[in-house]
Design a protein around this ligand. Structure first.
Ligand SMILES: [Zn+2]
Length: 266
């Protein structure tokens, strides 16, 4: 069942799917913001949720990764475990819808908290995505930022039984995700804020908007006049001020928006 509420009186008589469709129709500079909820529809576990893996296994702190070889090896073991899950998953209708809107020229970018690379696999170009928590399908040197594939990291660990070091500068190599206790990269946060400032429609999909900067980026978009849509199974602290709120599954809802008049089919 679809639950919806709206704060804007001009929409009160319309069905929420029609409201969402109309917002997509009139907007030219759409920015999406996605969280774990879009990836769970591809079968990827929300590891931060209650019952998720981090409620069973202690997360690895960034400082411990830097200091302890055994913890680095444990971090890599977990990384390869997640990689298997990401490889087995495929982008779902929500991912494809976003990619279609961005490729149609009516969307600016997708800002995501997800690290699974599914937006790119659905066809989002690299210059239209900001991964604020990084990307778990890649690794980089912490010193010189040289990339290393996860496959190469795996081979180096298998042959040396040591955590991989950069082939260029011998620095520590780490999966390109933001670990607990690791500072958020300011260039990514700035990029996310710039997209939020430039959009006319900001669409949150599958994020509870609890952690920063997720909690504040939609507010930046609203402050400069963008409409705010929140499509998430659970309520968020920004629901009351949003133009349209839908507590519903993402793929199913966007499918209904698309069939409403073929929106997003380009
Ligand atoms: Zn290096």
């Amino acid at each position: 069942m679809l639950l919806a509420s709206q704060s804007s009186e001009s929409y009160t008589k319309l069905d929420p799917i029609e409201q969402l469709h109309n917002l997509f129709e009139v907007s030219q500079k759409i920015v999406f913001f996605t969280g774990a909820g879009i990836s769970t529809e591809s079968g990827i576990a929300d590891f931060r949720s209650p019952g998720g893996i981090w409620s069973k296994i202690k997360p690895i702190e960034y400082s411990d990764f830097l200091e302890h070889e055994d913890i680095r090896l444990e971090d890599w073991r977990r990384r390869f475990h997640f990689q298997k899950e990401f490889d087995a998953a495929t982008p779902n209708f929500g991912h494809v819808f976003i990619a279609d809107v961005l490729n149609s020229g009516r969307g600016l970018a997708v800002i995501t908290q997800n690290i699974d690379g599914l937006h790119q696999r659905a066809g989002v170009p690299d210059n239209q995505i900001v991964e604020i928590h990084g990307n778990g399908t890649k690794a980089t040197c912490l010193e010189c930022q040289s990339p290393m594939s996860l496959l190469q990291a795996k081979e180096l660990i298998a042959s040396s039984e040591k955590a991989p070091r950069c082939q260029r500068c011998n620095g520590l190599v780490k999966a390109a995700v933001i670990s607990f206790g690791q500072p958020m990269p300011q260039n990514k946060v700035s990029a996310a804020k710039q997209w939020a400032e430039a959009c006319d429609l900001f669409v949150v999909l599958g994020s509870s908007l609890v952690v920063q900067p997720a909690a504040s980026i939609p507010v930046i978009a609203q402050r400069q006049g963008a409409k705010l849509v929140i499509l998430n199974r659970e309520p968020t602290h920004l629901d009351a001020g949003a133009d349209l709120v839908l507590h519903a599954p993402i793929g199913e809802t966007l499918k209904r928006v698309q069939t409403f008049s073929g929106y997003g089919m380009h």
